[in-house]
Design a protein around this ligand. Sequence first.
Ligand SMILES: O[C@H]1[C@H](O)[C@@H](O)[C@H](O)[C@@H](O)[C@H]1O
Ligand SMILES: [Fe+2]
Ligand SMILES: [Fe+2]
Length: 353
Amino acid sequence: MTVCVEQSVPVEPQVVEEKNHSNTNELVLDGGFVEPSNEATGGFDAPEVNAFGHTFRDYDAESERKKQVEEFYRLNHINQTYEFVQKMREEYKKLDKLEMSIWECCELLNEVVDESDPDLDEPQIEHLLQSAEAIRKDYPNEDWLHLTALIHDLGKVLLLPRFGELPQWAVVGDTHPLGCAFDESIVHHKYFKENPDINNPIYQTKNGIYEEGCGLENVTISWGHDDYMYLVAKENGTTLPPAALFIIRYHSFYPMHSSGAYKHLMNDEDVENLKWVNIFNKYDLYSKSKSRVDIEKVKPYYLSLIKKKSSDGKGWYEKRSWPIERLFIPSLILQSRLLCSTVRTMKVIFSKF
Ligand SMILES: O[C@H]1[C@H](O)[C@@H](O)[C@H](O)[C@@H](O)[C@H]1O
Ligand SMILES: [Fe+2]
Ligand SMILES: [Fe+2]
């Protein structure tokens, strides 16, 4: 299936500074103020507790999700090794065959529940729309942010049988670097003691195999929906702004964006882009709730956003269709812990106008 995607680019954002006030976020874009219109819209105020009555991201709270989430991180920390990530990246960055529209891909997430998340047990299409609607309310003019929110978790389709049915530990959850020491701030850090990389002394140093200030671009991050969706967008020549790609690629890298870890590996560009991730994160995290978005009601807006044309005739994507392909790779050597003996990878590409 091929669907035309023609989108608009109203502004090319350049964040100079972000200020936080009690009720509003204020973004300084290239010298001018772009304020979220909280007053006009009612805005988005972060709730104090999640749908289960606990504070957000409390991995120790005795909640109904605790056991499952902890087991998820145990498997994630044991199985995500430097070598595993290299293999997955190599295989998944090839693009071919299967095609589908962005919206169709969103709808597939109706079947997906994220086992790593202590704050949400709703189907993931709800999360896409909850976060996009929340950020849209506060930043009505930044439609690139609405679109970024809509697609940021699409990579979770890797969990579905037709896309390879990767195990949850290889798709969702927070991410972290491989090839250097595991920071203490990583959720359920204790489970790294069973990770084979722990036996490589170089991997256990602060910089590991990396140079100080080398830039996150050069750092191998645990494999999952972030990196996959980033590869999809990049390999298909997206014209979304660099900040959008950074958000997609690192929104689950909580040790970096929320705990301030791994700063020594970042370069100036990363530091600049981090400001956008921090803004996005508020909506990604605190929009998680039991109140469902009326999908049919908001669908026309997102479809129009996906199809919208910019004044220069270019959209967010230089290419206009979004084929998703499935590829059978019998030769991929997998760790024995992986649940399947072969992996089918799903690729998304954009064909030319
Ligand atoms: O980006 C988020 C975040 O990292 C959550 O902690 C995780 O549970 C989700 O799987 C992911 O989508
Ligand atoms: Fe995510
Ligand atoms: Fe998300």
